[in-house]
Design a protein around this ligand. Structure first.
Ligand code: PRP
Ligand code: URA
Length: 210
């Protein structure tokens, strides 16, 4: 059973697209399209509890009682692989700000190494969606939440595509207030920290660098 605050989508569209995404035969173009589409669907689920305020809108016929979002949203892709998750989600919420965090995993220690962070001194958004397709050891996700909390972010959600049990547990135990949204939790990590069966290297497969 999954802990509270960890959500693995059972949506048929997401599951169908994920099966194609995992296939080693697909080209980077198709891989990028699927990352984009799955990200939109996951973000749709992850944002279901955003706040709304009532607004009155004049239609050509009458006044309609409607609703607008109350919170400002920040999309926080972790470079590089999180980049492919941004554009589609951004189209669904064009008012969002995008703040990049640059981290890579040291191949030997599997620890995250930070190389880019241009966050301003004070937080400018109320809800942060961390975007990164792969939650492996959880080191990069935990480091990113640490950075955002230090920045003063109040509400943080993690939107990924595949998690390893180790990474999900680590992120949840370290930051239990952060909701985790995924398309799948796989079997395990292998000896070099890759998710099995996973999909390989998400950055390389998007950018054709593998
Ligand atoms: C991948 C992935 C995550 C990280 C996950 O990035 O996109 O950021 O590994 O691993 P973790 O949970 O063990 O920290 P990678 O370090 O390969 O960098 P890249 O996206 O620049 O290729
Ligand atoms: N990063 C990836 O891109 N894939 C994995 O399986 C683990 C980390």
């Amino acid at each position: 059973m999954l802990p509270a605050n960890v959500f693995v989508s059972g949506h048929p569209l997401i599951q169908h697209k994920l099966s194609i995404l995992r296939d080693k035969r697909i080209e980077p173009k198709k891989f990028r399209e699927l990352i984009r589409e799955i990200s939109i669907l996951l973000a749709y689920e992850a944002t279901a509890d955003l706040g709304l305020k009532p607004v009155a809108i004049e239609t050509p016929l009458a006044t309609a009682q409607c609703a607008h979002l109350t919170e400002t949203i920040g999309l926080v892709p972790i470079l590089r692989a999180g980049l492919g998750m941004v554009e589609g989600i951004w189209e669904m919420m064009p008012g969002a700000e995008v703040w990049h965090i640059g981290l890579f995993r040291d191949e030997r220690t599997l620890r995250p190494v930070q190389y880019y962070n241009k966050l301003p001194i004070a937080p400018t958004v109320q809800v942060c969606l961390i975007l990164d397709p792969m939650l492996a050891t959880g080191g990069s996700a935990v480091a990113t939440v640490d950075i955002l909390k230090q920045w003063g972010a109040q509400r943080i959600k993690y939107v990924g595509i595949i998690g390893a049990p180790e990474g999900v547990t680590r992120l949840h135990k370290t930051h239990s207030d952060v909701a985790i949204h995924l398309a799948a939790v796989d079997e395990r990590l292998n000896e070099i920290g890759y998710i099995v069966p996973g999909l390989g290297d998400a950055g390389d497969r998007q950018f054709g660098t593998g």
